[in-house]
Design a protein around this ligand. Structure first.
Ligand code: KMH
Ligand code: ZN
Length: 271
């Protein structure tokens, strides 16, 4: 089986220090957190930036500082979010793509997101995909509902997203698709044979879905964006602790963890 890509989603836009006291907020803290995840076995860092008050920001400058600081410490793949927070405008959300990161996220559909709506109209999707393509940034297609796979494949047909497509199944978001194993199997069966996929299980879904993905030949995302707990009612000490657990499970199941350079090859990234 292909080596296992572990993504650490270290900050997110919704988590606060009240919820998870060990959340990194400043560019220095985020870079150190990313480095610890890299040492633990992560090869992709999915990151949302925060402003000086700790609130989510899509500022080009803040993402630049974060990306530069992470890359100064290690060879990990930095994957900025274009999802931002639900209240960010499309223009704000697209800003980190101008840094020409190796990858960035691309959500291909509108979905309920807890009490809010995460808006991704056809116009947004096409605009984001086109700009990523122009700048040579590989999209990771964020999929919260099955229709979002269909929308992504339309972007491929229109020549806005190149093959092979890489998907991230985000399962268990309140208001969207739950994260039962049956949901993961259904999503996996809906993507082209040459596509790659990872799974981000939200909250209690994180560990079972990650374990299933290791066995099913997919890849895994963990981190405070998706889940702040280590076990029921027990907060995780760090993002790296969550990565380390996936490395241990993967080892037990006989699946070798990919380095960042191996991940670049698996995902056909342009460095
Ligand atoms: N924060 C969510 C509204 C992404 O990073 O691309 C969107 C999100 C997806 O987290
Ligand atoms: Zn995100």
């Amino acid at each position: 089986m292909e080596k296992l890509i572990i993504t650490a989603a270290i900050t997110g836009a919704e988590v606060t220090r009240d919820i998870q006291p060990n959340l990194a907020l400043t560019p220095d803290e985020i870079a150190e957190d990313a480095y610890q995840c890299y040492l633990a076995g992560a090869s992709i860092i999915h990151v949302h930036a925060r402003d000086e008050e700790g609130n989510p920001t899509q500022s080009y400058d803040v993402y630049k500082e974060i990306k530069d600081k992470i890359e100064a410490k290690c060879n990990v793949i930095v994957q900025p979010s274009t999802g931002g927070a639900t209240w960010h405008s499309a223009e704000e959300r697209l800003q980190p793509v101008e840094l020409k990161p190796e990858m960035a996220t691309l959500s291909t559909g509108t979905v309920n997101f807890g009490p809010d709506v995460f808006m991704n109209t056809e116009e947004y999707m096409e605009k984001f995909a086109a700009r990523m393509k122009e700048l040579g940034v590989k999209p990771e297609i964020e999929v919260f509902e099955r229709g979002m796979i269909v929308n992504a494949l339309k972007l491929v047909k229109k020549g806005l997203v190149d093959k092979p497509v890489h998907f991230d199944f985000v399962l268990g978001v309140p208001g969207a698709c739950p994260g039962e194993i049956e949901d993961l199997v259904y999503f996996k069966q809906s993507i082209p044979a040459d596509a790659t996929w990872t799974v981000a299980g939200i909250g209690r879904y994180e560990l079972p879905l990650a374990t299933a993905a290791i066995v099913m030949g997919g890849h895994v995302r963990v981190g405070f964006e998706d889940n702040v707990y280590y076990s029921k009612g027990v907060l995780a000490d760090s993002n790296a602790q969550l990565v380390e657990r996936i490395v241990r499970i993967s080892k037990e199941l006989g699946r070798v963890v990919a380095t960042p350079d191996e991940t670049r090859e698996i995902l056909s990234l342009k460095k």
